[in-house]
Design a protein around this ligand. Sequence first.
Ligand code: 5AD
Ligand code: SF4
Length: 451
Amino acid sequence: MSTERTPRKLHVVTHGCQMNVYDSARMTDLLRPLGYETVATPEGADMVILNTCHIRERAEEKVFSQLGRLRLMKEAQGGQMMIAVTGCVAQAEGEILAKRAPFVDLVVGPQAYHRLPELIAQAHRKTGAVIDTDFPAEQKFDHLPDDAAPQGVISFLSIQEGCDKFCSFCVVPYTRGAEASRPAGGVIAEARRMVASGAREIALLGQNVNAYHGEGPDGHVWSLTRLLQSLSEIEGLERIRYTTSHPNDMADELIAAHRDNAKLMPFLHLPVQSGSDKILRAMNRKHKADDFRRIVDQLRDARPDMALSSDFIVGHPGESDTDFTETMELVRETGFALAYSFKYSPRPGTPAASLPQVEEAVKDARLQELQALLRAQQNEFNAGTVGLETPVLFTGAGRHPGQIAGRSLWLQPVVVQHDRDLAGQIRMVKITGANPNSLSGTLLDKELIAA
Ligand code: 5AD
Ligand code: SF4
């Protein structure tokens, strides 16, 4: 007798950060044994998961407009589409969401993904949304399947989740819960599986990844530095990154690892948010602008080719012209390879949301000014790599025929004309051109650094 089931179609939409991308992949892994196969569009899908982001208002609006479109599709399919909202909007707005969008069948917070199969079964039995936004005592990390589908040459691995820092503007401590680190043994095992299935670069993920303090296989608590050291011993793993970090958790040993551990890439995303001590205090960041400057200096001492990326918020409550000028100064002094900047967006339930707000027009003007500077720095950084002979990790075909694409040490996409697929190989490339978002180069055929 055949045990084959008709495959069920699953469509997953992911918003927000890399953690959500990772979680979406894990949810897909979890549903595969139940017969769910992923499809590229929501039309005709049996199940649609909208994995959402709550970090700024605009991200949330997107969720509701997408839900509106899904509702029409569901109606056109005679109701035969299960709609699940997961991620941070699900966590923050659970009940409200179920009321505002009653056609949603499941609302699942980030801590409950491992219970998805059971929740789907419940949703089949019941009308109205099944909501699970608990923060259970057990960790979801312990319950996710370990037969993850391969991600590719560059793979992402979640090692830490949640945040205890409570920056005045941020919803993460409320939506992702308290900081929790995954035991190191599980991380190493997953990294090994990734490498065995073709990964050459692994990016460790966490909202506060450098605060990592997971239980080690030796029974001691491991820091991120200790974990990095162990991961770098995996043969075939050539490059390691970690993101996102907080300046206060940039331990001296971690900075030193950028000097001592050759697999650690010279590129770090280190959000500073503002260059004004007054605003940093209002943001509850618990560090000063000079602390950030000092860390940057130490990183560059440890690794002279270190490139930095950051996040900035303009128009946090209380930000004056002088405060903003201090942010511009910090950016000018530091020189960023890449940066993300946002207008402050009041998030319900966060301390800064109830303070007097900066005018929208002022926020707009500041954002434009800051982004112009950051864009110029990014262009300058990319242009500065022209002429370099530098290793590139190839990931696959480029967008145009005859092109292959990869990543530089500093995460820049690099495109090379070549007739053979070099995916998974690290080759020396001479950089010949720079665009705002990518580089082009020619292959220096003589050297193969790693395959
Ligand atoms: N408004 C604007 N930007 C925000 N961020 C987080 N919360 C807010 C908010 N309420 C930005 C921060 C953070 C990045 C992920 O998003 O810069 O580092
Ligand atoms: Fe949000 Fe601050 Fe925690 Fe980062 S450190 S997740 S900005 S509260």
